[in-house]
Design a protein around this ligand. Sequence first.
Ligand SMILES: [Zn+2]
Length: 649
Amino acid sequence: MRAPVPCLLSLLVLAGAARGGPVAPVVAPAARPFPLGDVQLLDSPFEAAMELNARYLLSLEPDRLLHNARQYAGLEPKAAAYGGWEQAGVAGHTLGHYLTALSQQYAATGDERFRKRIDYIVAEMAECQERYGDGYVGALPPLELQTLRNLKFGIVEVDGQHNFKGGAWVPWYTEHKVLNGLKDAWILGGNTQARDVALRLADWVDSVTSGLSDAQLQTMLQVEQGGMMDVLVELYSLTGNTRYLETSRRFYHRAVFDPLLARRDELVGKHANTQIPKVIGEARTYEVTGDPKGREIAGYFWDLVAHHYSYVIGGDSENEHFTPEDAMSKHLRANTAETCNTYNMLKLTEHVFGWDPRAEYTDFYERALYNDILASQDPRHGMFTYFISLEPGLYKTYSTPFDSFWCCVGTGMENHTKYGEAIYFHGGDNLYVNLFIPSALTWREKGLRMELRTDYPRTGRVVLEVKEAPSSPVTLRVRCPGWAGAPVTFAMNGRPLGVAGTPGSYATIDRAWRQGDRLEVAIPMAVRTESMPDDSSKVAFLYGPVVLAADLGPAPETPTAPYAGDQNANVHDRPVPVPVLVRGDAPIESMLVRSADGSLEFHTEGTGRPADVTLRPFWEISYDRYNVYWDLVTDAQWMYRSAGSAPGQ
Ligand SMILES: [Zn+2]
């Protein structure tokens, strides 16, 4: 089989790619996000989450995150290392995530406090790189670093999916975070020193992998490598240096991509978060080079994970591995839905939406954003979930501030800095309104300023107001969610608009926009259910995009709950019994009655056994026990159950 590298490179020669500057993508996306700084969040749970996260970012001490980098470079550390994973073989991943989070926060807000931290960390890393001597920089412990340096001598010995021989723990995964953080410090943080450090590091990646045979590379790729392909192809697009593209192709993992390319689903049992970033790398490769294989792989994979491997909250995996759709109801455990997976699925969703802006993609994005990402933050201190338990009657466990530093803390600190990223997309004259999150948009090329105000999802009423009219035509495309039970309706300046608002599509509004124009969008909201793919008697309730979960009372406060250093600390804790719901002749949706105060609190009335329950948005249930998927039973089944055992067991 022909290796992909020469094929791609010849494509690029044809495309006229040159060394020395940014490369225009071969595939112009139909839609793309706005720069973070052009979308300002207004009052909403997302703005609150971003603010809380910013406080956590500022509470971290760069010198502590730099401890390992300095120590292993032979420089005196300036502060003690943090705990948790910062003391393990994956040490240093946080430094990379932190640089990305700071860079995104700075790009979104212009807040100089974040810029200063970026500048400081990059300067420190440059000093470390100088000391390491061969171009490497990072915080890998000696075993992990030596494992990567050994590649240069053709030594590739793996031990499972997460270790090289001797126990070296995912060094490419860790190094990806560092390289990506430096790239973001350069592009989003405006730090030119980060460019030099990043490119020198990328040169080093090239130098240690260039001598490996294809077979050796494929062996190396058995160990999780994060988004190495993605960041390297991005560096190629930023610099035009085809060596980075060539290096990125060394991370093409045939064992995963070949079945996807052949549209064979072999995901069951695979480590989930290992695969998603690889696929993002292929998605980016398609955009940059035009190689259609990347689009085929990414499109098929997205469809599989979004539609066949995800729970109702938009997360996937049990114990970090893809669960089989035909047995999903057996996989409602404490260690479901690793948060990193959703972080990565949102990234991938932005790619596939950009190629083909369909509501199906943004419906998934919205589901995962409200019910997984927003639900993953501890509203007291801004801590992060690792798993999001779907075990009936259990509760969420969050990280500690300074002694966890799990993978999901790293991606978590990024999550809440970029809520402005996908609310709007643009392409040509089209402005896509994807998410109904209060915000102010500036579309610089068009001279358009617009505000979106709403209390969605409490109601389905959204108002878009033009603050400054565009200087050239703009076609507004508003998502009409696929879950809406009736068409979305529109009114312009108080008058009904005859626009098709078919659920699952984008409504098109073409007009000569004027300052002060007010577009009112009315999205029909209602309670609905989604059942388990393998068990129609197990259902979750939603109101619009919001998953409703039962609030089953306070979870225990213990040394590991709600905050734990170990992500597995509470996975074996005993859940409380969960009521069941008895279905009669009325539609299931009618079991829930909404509170009269207009909040998103719902109650069952007479259908809960042994007692009725209160349901609230899943993202709001932070310190209570909860239930997401319900057993629907008949009265006779309930009598049988209650006679034999406690409910829910
Ligand atoms: Zn994780």
